[in-house]
Design a protein around this ligand. Structure first.
Ligand SMILES: *[C@@H]1O[C@H](CO)[C@@H](O)[C@H](O)[C@H]1NC(C)=O
Ligand SMILES: *[C@@H]1O[C@H](CO)[C@@H](O)[C@H](O)[C@H]1NC(C)=O
Ligand SMILES: *[C@@H]1O[C@H](CO)[C@@H](O)[C@H](O)[C@H]1NC(C)=O
Ligand SMILES: *[C@@H]1O[C@H](CO)[C@@H](O)[C@H](O)[C@H]1NC(C)=O
Ligand SMILES: *[C@@H]1O[C@H](CO)[C@@H](O)[C@H](O)[C@H]1NC(C)=O
Ligand SMILES: *[C@@H]1O[C@H](CO)[C@@H](O)[C@H](O)[C@H]1NC(C)=O
Ligand SMILES: *[C@@H]1O[C@H](CO)[C@@H](O)[C@H](O)[C@H]1NC(C)=O
Ligand SMILES: *[C@@H]1O[C@H](CO)[C@@H](O)[C@H](O)[C@H]1NC(C)=O
Ligand SMILES: *[C@@H]1O[C@H](CO)[C@@H](O)[C@H](O)[C@H]1NC(C)=O
Ligand SMILES: *[C@@H]1O[C@H](CO)[C@@H](O)[C@H](O)[C@H]1NC(C)=O
Ligand SMILES: *[C@@H]1O[C@H](CO)[C@@H](O)[C@H](O)[C@H]1NC(C)=O
Ligand SMILES: *[C@@H]1O[C@H](CO)[C@@H](O)[C@H](O)[C@H]1NC(C)=O
Length: 496
């Protein structure tokens, strides 16, 4: 339906904004204190609980490893590893089958690193070895283990409860396997964890509250699983977190404002879930945030102005939400490092932002599938010397394509389909745009002849001109590309 031809507008009509169209984006005040700290009474209760909590935590710290040490030795490390070995159904030609043998110390086995001081197994790294198996409960006996990396294999089954005994573990990488069952609550007892990745498994259940206990976490990656429910606001207690990746799950509810209180955050990925509600102003204020992936959710409201003020942001993807409102005219003013900006498939309206030249390192801009009303394509986009991808299709843009766009030495895709654009294509259009691979202007009101000189765009692979008012002889690939060799034009996908 969206490709339906609309009535042409006057080609030279230029949209003039009125006072009513001025950006009126609102943003909320940041919370100053969480509710539980607002009344003095609650404050003292909170302190008491905190003291008890620290006491229990320290008991745990001093006693648990000692208990473990008295129970386990290098021999029990060996039997834990042999239990793992026998869970893996190895063939004779598998590396581990012969290497993991009783004839040498486990410290010489492939994938094992021992601790110089205690002579115990401190790292187990079997990543990328094509292994199949389950995690046996004995693995929980590796009480000196600091790093466990089983990533990118075919381990499956549930995460053995006994792993909660790995109190020294700092890195747990179980990504890219077939682990199933629920995200275990006991993760919250691995209080030294700095890196936790369960990415790309088939884990379900919810994000356990206990995760907020892991105050040393720097990376938390639960992406590409089947996790449901909401994000607990206690996640805001992970004050050292740099990477938070919950992308591609079944999470819903609103994005808790507390996340945006973690000032160390550099990467937030919540894409491909069912989050709803507004994006709060705190998000834009994160001082280290570089990457923000919120695409494919049900977010509503307007983008808080603070986001456009965040000079660390490099990559913003808000594609495919229900966001609306106007964008600031001077959109690049604070986004000094922005490289990729994708606001496509939303309901932004008003005039398309016109001041682009300050986005000096922008490589990809996608504003397609929105409702910008009237207005022409801002000519200063042509000043972006690093821009490679420009998608403005399915809007209500009017007027001609500014010639500055054909002066972009790095541009590879120019996609302007389904607008109210008009004018004709100039013979010189391909003289200064050497990298152009895709030129899509279908469903507009262009007229005149299609210049043969389009063939001067020698990298063009996709040319889509359908549903315009071009005149003249019917064109063939041969007509347009008379000088090109067959091999270099073979991929050209022509729609005339
Ligand atoms: C955000 O962090 C500050 C300082 O760490 C704290 O005082 C405030 O209560 C936190 N706000 C929320 C909403 O968690
Ligand atoms: C196992 O592999 C390691 C590292 O390649 C090697 O040093 C060791 O000698 C091997 N052990 C056996 C028993 O093959
Ligand atoms: C290796 O040693 C363990 C005990 O340390 C023993 O149970 C096991 O049978 C031995 N395996 C082989 C193949 O000798
Ligand atoms: C495990 O080994 C792989 C390949 O040798 C390496 O890329 C990876 O960084 C190691 N993991 C850890 C946690 O050191
Ligand atoms: C290792 O773990 C298993 C299963 O959790 C347990 O039955 C066994 O007693 C432990 N062995 C040692 C030597 O700690
Ligand atoms: C965890 O494993 C994945 C997949 O093998 C890898 O890409 C990633 O770099 C690993 N993380 C660390 C910290 O080694
Ligand atoms: C946090 O850790 C402490 C000590 O490890 C534990 O007693 C407590 O139950 C944990 N809290 C949560 C919410 O898991
Ligand atoms: C969400 O944003 C819209 C428009 O930006 C605003 O009218 C509404 O009050 C906001 N809702 C909440 C719950 O903050
Ligand atoms: C943007 O940043 C400037 C300077 O840091 C600050 O004065 C201004 O209040 C910020 N505006 C918004 C909307 O956050
Ligand atoms: C933003 O996300 C959408 C949906 O996943 C994806 O198709 C698009 O390539 C992303 N944009 C950028 C600039 O990476
Ligand atoms: C944009 O480029 C044009 C032509 O190269 C130049 O005249 C103009 O000053 C530039 N504008 C800005 C704001 O840099
Ligand atoms: C541009 O195209 C015209 C007509 O197809 C051709 O004669 C001319 O040689 C081409 N110029 C370049 C630089 O490829």
């Amino acid at each position: 339906m969206y490709l339906a031809k609309r009535m042409p507008r006057d080609c030279f009509y230029l949209y003039k904004g009125t006072a009513h169209d001025a950006p009126s984006i609102q943003f909320q005040l940041p919370y100053s204190l969480p509710w539980y700290l607002r009344s003095p009474k609650r404050l003292s209760m909170a302190r008491l609980f905190f003291a008890i909590f620290v006491f229990i935590l320290s008991l745990h710290y001093f006693m648990a490893p000692n208990l473990a040490m008295s129970r386990t030795t290098l021999t029990s490390d060996q039997s834990a590893l042999l239990a793992l070995k026998s869970s893996m159904n190895l063939n004779n030609h598998d590396l581990l089958a012969n290497n993991w043998s009783n004839s040498t110390s486990v410290c010489n086995w492939i994938g094992i690193t021992c601790d110089a001081r205690h002579g115990r197994v401190k790292a187990l790294n079997l990543s990328n070895m094509g292994l199949t198996g389950i995690i046996p409960p004995e693995l929980g006996n590796l009480s000196f283990l600091a790093k466990l990396d089983l990533s990118n294999n075919n381990f499956h089954g549930e995460l053995a409860n006994e792993l909660h005994q790995l109190l020294r573990v700092e890195l747990l990488n179980l990504s890219y396997n077939g682990f199933s069952g629920e995200i275990p609550i006991w993760l919250g007892s691995l209080s030294k964890l700095q890196y936790l990745s369960l990415q790309n498994n088939i884990l379900g259940g919810f994000i356990p509250l206990s995760i907020s206990n892991l105050s040393k976490l720097v990376t938390l990656d639960l992406s590409s699983n089947h996790i449901g429910g909401t994000i607990p606001s206690e996640i805001g207690q992970l004050w050292q977190l740099k990477t938070l990746n919950f992308g591609i799950n079944k999470l819903s509810g609103s994005i808790p404002a507390e996340i945006f209180n973690i000032s160390s955050l550099e990467v937030v990925n919540l894409a491909y879930n069912s989050f709803s509600g507004n994006i709060t102003a705190e998000l834009g204020a994160l001082p280290q945030l570089r990457i923000m992936m919120l695409q494919n959710n049900f977010l509503t409201g307007s983008i808080p102005l603070t986001m456009f003020n965040n000079s660390m942001l490099q990559d913003i993807n808000l594609s495919n939400n229900n966001l609306s409102g106007n964008l600031p005219t001077n959109i690049c003013y604070g986004l000094l490092k922005i490289e990729q900006l994708d606001l496509s498939i939303n309901d932004f309206s008003g005039q398309m932002p016109s001041n682009w030249h300050e986005c000096r390192v922008l490589t990809s801009l996608n504003l397609s599938y929105n409702s910008f009303n009237g207005g022409s394509i801002p000519s200063d986009i042509g000043n972006l010397t690093t821009l490679q991808y420009l998608y403005l299709g399915m809007n209500n843009l009017q007027g001609e394509i500014p010639f500055s766009l054909f002066n972009m030495s790095s541009l590879r895709v120019l996609s302007l389909f389904s607008n109210n654009l008009c004018g004709s294509l100039l013979k010189e259009m391909c003289h200064h745009i050497p990298q152009l691979e895709e030129f899509t202007i279908s469903y507009n009101f262009f007229e005149g002849n299609i210049p043969r000189q389009i063939g001067n765009c020698t990298f063009l692979e996709k040319l889509s001109l359908v549903h315009n008012s071009f005149t003249g002889t019917p064109y063939t690939r041969k007509y347009i590309l008379p000088t090109k060799s067959v091999s270099s034009s073979i991929n050209l996908f022509l729609l005339l």
